[in-house]
Design a protein around this ligand. Structure first.
Ligand code: FES
Length: 333
């Protein structure tokens, strides 16, 4: 299941441009995790953001990666992110860890928020590893509003859990740290077997944790759970066969053009091949940048951004990965 209880539509990318920022600070915050503080070269204000937002980080080597903002949203002059070194990643985190230095220029797109924090009388935050990052501003927001909250935070080892010691020191028994080498896997059944009235559960972490939390929350009231994925879901992409194996047509209502999408190409690739420019970033269905309004036809949703009820509405799609269930789609392009 993907984003099983999203309550707000994902935000469109606000503008196709990327701001030129510089790295103001770089520091280790856990084993295998560094934090970056980014700012404008002239020290000017940055666009506002809300808890759950992420940015696109365009590295000097040319790759683009998405990272959650984990700093103080009320500081208008800096963005803070934390980057886990992914030994089997595509090279972006290695570049951040090994080559990016204080003073280096980076591009930043966004911020965008596909994981907005809805108002609630109480929150249960569940983090797995680097999934703590989008939850940090949510915790600050809950503190600011005097809202009840609890954090359940698991990780491989205590030393690998970014910001864990600071959280425990600042918030005492609201914070439950569960390093796997000391306590085993998070005891989700104990925490989630009894639904907390009016509480919302916000969870970010590796896919197995999200799946386990979704399963454990199945008997909670609808829309209690909100999750964010950093990687595409296997069922939504590689493992799921397309619903429609033949070529299909995409009509672009505003420009009056029609583009044919062959089985070997994504809708985004077909549009680009026809000279239609559409903003994109991850091209894996995880960031929401390419969100496009569907005017007619039924998309074959294969992304990791939309909630179930948004998929069912069939009025928007992520054309970098999603396709068509029939012979024709009409897009608001
Ligand atoms: Fe990221 Fe399409 S480009 S979801």
């Amino acid at each position: 299941m993907t984003n099983p209880s999203t309550t707000a539509p994902p935000e469109r990318a606000p503008a196709p441009d990327t701001a030129a920022l510089v790295v103001r600070a770089k520091e280790p915050v856990a084993e295998g995790v560094v934090s970056l503080t980014l700012a404008r070269p002239d020290g000017g204000r940055l666009p506002d953001w809300t808890p759950g937002s992420h940015i696109d980080l365009v590295l000097p080597g040319g790759s683009t990666r998405q990272y959650s903002l984990c700093g103080d949203r009320w500081d208008p002059y800096t963005y803070r992110i934390a980057v886990l070194r992914e030994p089997h990643g595509r090279g972006g985190s290695a570049e951040v860890h090994d080559r990016l230095a204080v003073g280096d220029p980076v591009g930043v797109g966004g911020p965008r928020n596909n994981f907005p924090q809805a108002p609630a009388p109480g929150f249960l935050f569940i983090a797995g590893g680097i999934g703590i990052t989008p939850l940090l501003p949510m915790i600050r927001q809950a503190e600011l509003l005097g809202t009840e909250w609890t954090l359940l935070y698991g990780g491989r080892t205590r030393a690998s859990m970014a910001f864990a010691a600071d959280l425990a020191e600042a918030h005492g028994d609201r914070v439950h740290l569960a390093p796997e080498d000391e306590y085993g896997l998070l005891d989700l059944d104990s925490w989630l077997s009894r639904p907390l009235p009016d509480h919302k559960v916000y969870c970010c972490g590796p896919a197995p944790l999200l799946t386990a939390v979704a399963r454990a929350c199945a008997h909670w009231p609808p829309h209690s759970l909100r999750t964010e994925r950093f990687t595409a879901t296997a069922t939504a992409t590689a493992l799921a066969a397309p619903a429609h194996l033949a070529p299909f047509e995409v009509e672009l209502r505003r420009t009056g053009r029609t583009v044919t999408v062959t089985p070997g190409a994504s809708v985004l690739q077909a549009l680009r091949g026809a000279g239609v420019d559409l903003l994109s970033s991850c091209e894996q269905g995880t960031c929401g940048t390419c969100l496009t309004t569907v005017l007619d036809g039924i998309p074959d949703h294969r992304d990791s951004v939309l909630a179930d009820h948004q998929r069912a509405a069939n009025d928007c799609m992520l054309p970098c990965v999603s396709r068509s269930r029939g012979d024709r789609l009409v897009l608001d392009l």
